[in-house]
Design a protein around this ligand. Structure first.
Ligand code: PEP
Ligand code: MN
Length: 334
């Protein structure tokens, strides 16, 4: 059960409710959701229900849910969530495109890409400064220098910036330089890291772990929301299956499934799913048609020479054409 407390309730009142739950031996978690206190509680007895109903001046609402991911559940916010950072708006019918290189290489590379993706309709710029590489011998990213380059490109173009943090210490640093913190697929179940994101006051773009079910994915998001940060964007980026022709297998079906079970916006990264530039646009179209709230796509001014994920990077022209067609697709959606 979720117990929403009125935002003007005093600390004393909240403590009283906590004391009643404790007396009734109800296991609960107290946090903030959308700026108001909420209790996530289980095994709520008749006595407590009576108490909640009687105290409507303090208790705004109480919602029964069997979902293990209470705060991510659609039940708590049936209208859906919207995440807004300046011109970047995602969810509740708003479609946002994030474009940029896999990794930040040089100032010129990032700025050129930023100008192109902006002209194509993107409202956010991506680029990795801390890179989770399969091999410890591969380029690991420019780290702080990369964050500074990304920040500069964001300021010059007005684009919102998105970049990955791989550890709890990096969350704070990334949040200082970028607008949105990305948590990568490999870290999707790094619970201490997710807890840190719960305390952050910036939106978190959470990638689906490539071996995670829908429920596991939402439980990861629940870690962030249970810490008090409800600014979470879910990102499907392909899961591991039998197919070797593509890098991962894009789960198109999970898009409407996530949207009906959760209030959080759902975007898709077709680049890492495909692993190959020629397949990226088709996957972007399928995702758009399936109701995604946005796309995150790798773009490089000279893909052949990209330091990371060269095969899957679109040229600026390919990206612009993809964005144009996605906009057309959206016009015929219900
Ligand atoms: C990325 O977006 O650059 C990335 C590494 O993605 P993922 O975590 O989905 O592999
Ligand atoms: Mn990449």
């Amino acid at each position: 059960m979720i117990i929403k407390i009125r935002s003007d309730a005093s600390q004393e009142t909240i403590s009283e409710i906590a004391a009643i739950l404790e007396r009734e031996k109800v296991h609960y978690h107290l946090t903030q959701f959308g700026g108001q206190p909420v209790f996530v509680a289980d095994n709520v007895s008749f006595t407590i229900r009576k108490f909640l109903t009687k105290n409507a001046h303090v208790v705004e609402d109480f919602i029964d849910t069997d979902d293990p991911y209470s705060l991510c559940s659609r039940h708590i916010r049936p209208e859906g969530s919207v995440i807004r950072v300046r011109d970047f708006v995602v969810g509740q019918g708003n479609f946002a495109i994030i474009g940029g290189p896999c990794t930040i290489e040089t100032e010129k590379q990032v700025l050129t890409t930023a100008q192109h993706v902006k002209a194509a309709g993107a409202t956010a710029l991506r680029g990795g400064a801390f890179k989770p590489r399969t091999s410890p011998y591969s380029f690991q990213g420019l780290k702080l220098e990369g964050l500074k380059i990304l920040q500069k490109a964001g300021k010059e173009t007005g684009l919102v910036t998105v970049t990955e943090a791989m550890s709890s210490e990096e969350v704070e640093l990334v949040a200082e330089y970028a607008d949105v913190v990305q948590i990568g697929s490999r870290n999707a179940q790094n619970y201490r890291l997710l807890e840190t994101c719960g305390k952050a006051r910036v939106p978190i773009l959470l990638k689906r772990g490539f071996c995670n079910t829908l429920e596991e994915f939402l439980m990861s998001a629940e870690y962030i929301l249970s810490g008090g940060n409800d600014q979470v964007i879910l990102c499907e980026r392909g899961i591991r299956a039998y197919e070797t022709h593509v890098r991962y297998t894009l789960s198109v079906g999970v898009i409407p499934a996530l949207k009906s079970t959760s209030h959080l916006p759902v975007i898709v990264d077709p680049s890492h799913a495909a692993g190959c530039a020629s397949l990226v646009p088709s996957m972007a179209y399928a995702s758009t048609a399936a109701g995604a709230d946005g796309l995150l796509v790798e773009v490089h001014p000279d893909p052949e020479h990209a330091l990371c994920d060269a095969r899957q990077s679109l040229t600026p022209d390919e990206f612009a054409e993809m964005a144009r067609i996605c906009t057309e697709i959206r016009k015929v959606l219900p």
